[in-house]
Design a protein around this ligand. Structure first.
Ligand code: NDP
Ligand code: OXD
Length: 309
């Protein structure tokens, strides 16, 4: 049984060592260096090169090294009927919630203005804001969206969420489907995007969405760069419809050196680090997926390819 690491891996050795801690006898190869395509039974992938996965006739499972799977599903030649598994992991969830909490609090407690005032040597308190009056809207109430929704609720924010299917959650105002999208947006002072990238969600952070938000709303995008129409964001910041944005993901990554976002005074950027997979934390679930797929058992966290997530 052989596992192939395929695509972008900053440090394959760390992955190999983490996986071998749990299954020392597992044979692991790193693309493009593999011995025999018919020996590959499992692929662990991040941004796999297109057209490669279909070359393995005895493949039993494709595993994403992250929570998202858009980077795998973009391959038009994926073999049908091979299960795709994504990671659901406590360390990913808590990193994501920490990042969003930081971004929400930075906006809510006006740290960006205080930093400007510091640069000007200005000692001046701004009007305090009542947390209960600040509505944070979460696009996507899945594993990650639900966790941050609950944490923000515990901190006293008014929280609402939007999902594809209806949900009922304690003290979180839930909306679903296209028909309730505008109603959901109408009170979001802060909008957080935690949707998977699918044909339905691509470009969802656009001028129509921004104009349905209260004036001066703040945007946090931690999902995928392709959710955001970047030009629409720049226009909304210029007009004051949005007061600022915190972005972790971009249409092109790494963000090109000459991109306007780098120096925009109302935009905070980070290099796709909101929640980074820690190999030692996720190795057990990867080994479990490999072993179950070989034994023909039911796998956890499989993706519904027809839904795209
Ligand atoms: P889940 O699959 O658990 O949740 C997805 C949520 O989005 C669900 O609530 C789902 O609705 C909702 N959704 C999907 N499609 C639509 C739609 N068309 N309309 C309305 N709601 C929709 O995903 P996770 O929470 O685990 O992860 C979300 C995304 O976060 C990942 O796909 C990835 O892109 C991104 N991510 C980014 C990271 C970073 O470092 N920046 C790190 C990790 C993840 P329903 O509940 O009805 O199914
Ligand atoms: C993920 C990511 O999907 O890091 O896990 O973006």
């Amino acid at each position: 049984m052989t596992l192939l690491l395929l695509g972008e891996f900053e440090n394959p050795e760390i992955w190999i060592s983490a996986l071998k801690t749990y299954q020392p006898e597992l044979k692991i190869e790193v693309y493009p260096n593999f011995t025999n395509s018919s020996e590959i039974n499992a692929v662990l992938a991040w941004m796999p090169p297109l057209g490669v996965i279909e070359q393995f006739p005895n493949l039993k499972v494709i595993i994403s090294t992250g929570a998202g799977v858009d980077h795998i599903l973009r391959d038009p030649n994926l073999p049908a009927n091979i299960p795709i598994v994504r990671l659901v992991d406590g360390s990913l969830t808590s990193q994501m919630s920490e990042y969003i909490l930081l971004a929400v609090l930075q906006y809510h407690r006006q740290f960006i203005t205080y930093k400007t005032q510091q640069n000007q040597g200005l000692w001046q308190g701004l009007s305090p804001r009542n947390t209960a009056n600040c509505t944070v809207g979460i696009l996507g109430l899945g594993v990650l969206g639900l966790d941050i929704a609950q944490k923000l609720k515990m901190m006293g924010f008014a929280v609402r969420g939007w999902s594809r299917t209806p949900k009922v959650l304690d003290k979180i105002n839930c909306f679903s489907g296209e028909e309730e999208f505008k109603l959901f947006l109408s009170e979001c002072e802060v909008l957080v995007c935690l949707l998977p990238l699918t044909p339905e969600t691509e470009g969802i952070l656009n001028q129509n969405t921004f104009s349905a938000l209260p004036q001066g709303a703040y945007l946090i995008n931690v999902a995928r760069g392709k959710h955001l129409v970047e030009e629409d964001l720049l226009n909304a910041l210029k007009s004051g419809q949005l007061s600022g944005a915190c972005l972790d993901v971009f249409q092109i990554e790494p963000l090109p050196k000459d991109h306007l976002f780098w120096t925009h005074p109302k935009i905070i950027i980070t290099p796709h680090i909101a929640a980074k997979t820690i190999p030692a934390c996720v190795a057990p679930q990867i080994i479990d997926a490999i072993n179950k797929s070989q034994a023909g058992l039911l796998l956890n966290h499989t993706v519904d390819v027809s839904r795209g997530y």
